[in-house]
Design a protein. Structure first.
Length: 248
């Protein structure tokens, strides 16, 4: 089972991700928590990402792709994400006789059978092997957040064996998510939980992330789930959808 949880900030993705991960015995991978860890560690990626997180803005696609690649593929991440510009990749893939679909997605990385550059040498990237704990499935919470990230995932990660089975879209109204964020702010130390930042994050979600609904609906893997009510009520709705997917 390979799952993406989609929904606005405060929709309960983290809570439900943990439950689904436990139920299906797959790692629940939160890009938000991975970013928090990088920021706390003061890593180069964390230092670059921190200003965006504090402002309620989306972290740039290339940083998020690096983060996800490292989690899904570990030491072989460089074979999945190399950030060669799409225009340059197209000419390189043509030179290698690669298929025309291998170069999609500006800022995306190279997957199985695509081209990379090492110094001035043009080579074919080896097929990437997922990390041991994600081979049987995973749940992504907070990724993808933009159409470019979704396209990069499909073009690169899916080609390397990580195609998604279902995208679960938690549908929650704005007043509910703001109240949840206010409650969370009183119990958790998060950079992005003050009300002004929360409202900014909701605006960014509407502009940048909500369009993913149409993208995944066109692929036939989007399932919209009512995210209101108690965590147990939402979990029961999600479980019903997942049971249907596994039967399907």
């Amino acid at each position: 089972m390979r799952v993406v949880l989609l929904g606005p900030p405060g929709s309960g993705k983290g809570t439900q991700a943990a439950r689904i991960g436990s139920r299906y015995r797959v790692p629940a991978i939160s890009t938000g928590r991975l970013l928090d860890a990088e920021i706390a560690a003061g890593s180069p990626l964390g230092r670059r990402a921190e200003a965006f997180v504090r402002a309620g803005e989306l972290v740039p696609d290339e940083l998020v792709l690096d983060l996800v690649a490292d989690r899904l593929y570990g030491s072989t991440a460089a074979a999945v994400v190399d950030h060669v510009p799409a225009t340059a990749r197209a000419s390189m893939d043509a030179a290698l006789g690669a298929s025309s679909g291998a170069g999609a997605g500006a800022g995306s990385g190279a997957g199985a059978g695509t081209s990379v550059v090492s110094g001035d040498t043009l080579t074919a990237a080896p097929p990437a092997t997922p990390a041991a704990d994600v081979c049987q499935g995973f749940l992504l919470d907070g990724f993808p957040r933009t159409l470019a990230q979704a396209e990069a995932f499909d073009a690169r990660f899916a080609a390397a064996g990580c195609a998604l089975d279902v995208v679960l879209d938690l549908d929650v109204d704005e007043s509910t998510v703001l109240e949840r964020i206010r409650r969370r702010a009183s119990s958790e130390d998060r950079l992005d939980d003050d009300e002004e930042t929360a409202r900014r994050r909701l605006k960014v979600f509407a502009e940048r992330t909500a369009p993913l609904r149409a993208y995944y609906a066109a692929s036939g893997i989007l399932r919209t789930v009512d995210g209101s009510g108690t965590p147990d009520e939402v979990a029961a709705r999600l479980e019903a959808v997942l049971a249907d997917v596994t039967r399907g």
